[in-house]
Design a protein around this ligand. Structure first.
Ligand SMILES: NC(=O)c1ccc[n+]([C@@H]2O[C@H](COP(=O)([O-])OP(=O)(O)OC[C@H]3O[C@@H](n4cnc5c(N)ncnc54)[C@H](OP(=O)(O)O)[C@@H]3O)[C@@H](O)[C@H]2O)c1
Length: 283
């Protein structure tokens, strides 16, 4: 009988934390590079090489799997080519629930890949749970780490708008519950932190905790695109980032949801706590 959980993107920000949050021995970690999984989670983990672009990797990953945590790697934008065939394989393998990491406000933005994935999951007729997440606090310790560490600036085109940042540790804790508890099929949750901050406030909190000034630059959209391309970011990813910061700029990333508090029975991790816990990233 199928009984295990498959975690895609297991070597990444959310997947790593989810593997730690799930009951020991309950899940298989899937990622394009098993070395990344082992480095992050140790060699005794049930890990499998899995590539959305290589259908021969689907069946071994899906063997004996009943629940699937689906994460779209940021570089994947062609959903019919890379995600739909995997959903069909999951259906054939008897997967009974897909928990998909989506984005906050996806219902109003049909251009983002996550909208197309939600549609594809519904079309596949596999019971689903959508986790529509706000901007990750961890973006500041990963995607934007170098500019903060080396130039002491935050260089995103978000204007004066506010963002209800969420810590990926809360996403992982939430996903772990909906993957292991009955009754979350057909549900759509919105995962945010409990505060909406503008990037001037983000810079102030970071300055305070790190003990030196961090400045928010608020570049224009064209400047942001040029800078991302010069930094080596692929086109598709640059365009998705630009789209998401444009949405933010118009104030659409600021609403706060109670879903984390209601499901986990505790407040979400605060932005200050996140910075305190990740100080070494910017050292
Ligand atoms: N950042 C945000 O603020 C935010 C907010 C809401 C939703 N999201 C969504 O969250 C997702 C990103 O989550 P994350 O930050 O945890 O991702 P991540 O850290 O980039 O992890 C993605 C993992 O997938 C692996 N991977 C890359 N290509 C693959 C392929 N073809 N097949 C299988 N695995 C592959 C990556 O390996 P390599 O590292 O070797 O490439 C990496 O280990 C995206 O869909 C994003 O849109 C993000």
């Amino acid at each position: 009988m199928n009984s295990r959980i498959l975690v895609t993107g297991a070597g990444g920000n959310v997947g790593r934390e989810l593997m730690r949050a799930l009951p020991p021995g309950s899940a298989r970690a899937a990622d394009i590079s098993p070395a990344t999984i082992i480095q992050a989670l140790g060699s005794d983990i049930d890990a499998v090489r899995f590539d959305f672009g290589d259908p021969t990797t689907y069946a071994p990953a899906l063997e004996n799997i009943s629940r699937l945590f689906l994460l779209r790697p940021p570089a994947i934008t062609d959903i019919p080519r890379y995600i739909t065939p995997f959903l069909q394989a999951a259906k054939r393998a008897g997967v009974q629930q897909i928990v998909f990491l989506s984005i906050q406000g996806v219902e109003n933005n049909k251009q983002v890949p996550h909208y197309k994935i939600e549609q594809a999951i519904r079309a596949a007729e596999i019971p689903y749970t959508f986790l529509r997440c706000g901007f990750f606090m961890q973006n500041l310790a990963t995607t934007h780490r170098d500019e903060i560490r080396e130039r002491h600036v935050i260089d995103v085109p978000a204007g004066k708008s506010r963002t209800s940042f969420v810590d990926v540790r809360d996403i992982a804790a939430f996903a772990s519950v909906v993957l292991t508890e009955a009754g979350h099929e057909g549900k759509v949750y919105t995962l945010t932190g409990s505060q909406a901050l503008d990037y001037y406030q983000v810079a102030d909190i970071m300055s305070d905790v790190l003990g030196h000034p961090i400045t928010y630059k608020d570049p224009s959209i064209p400047k942001f695109i040029i800078h991302q391309r010069k930094a080596g970011r692929p086109w598709g990813m640059t365009m998705v980032m630009t789209m998401l910061y444009t949405i933010t700029r118009f104030g659409n990333a600021s609403s706060i949801s109670d879903d984390v508090q209601n499901l986990l029975g505790r407040p979400p991790i605060s932005f200050r706590q996140f910075v305190e816990d990740h100080q070494s990233a910017w050292a």
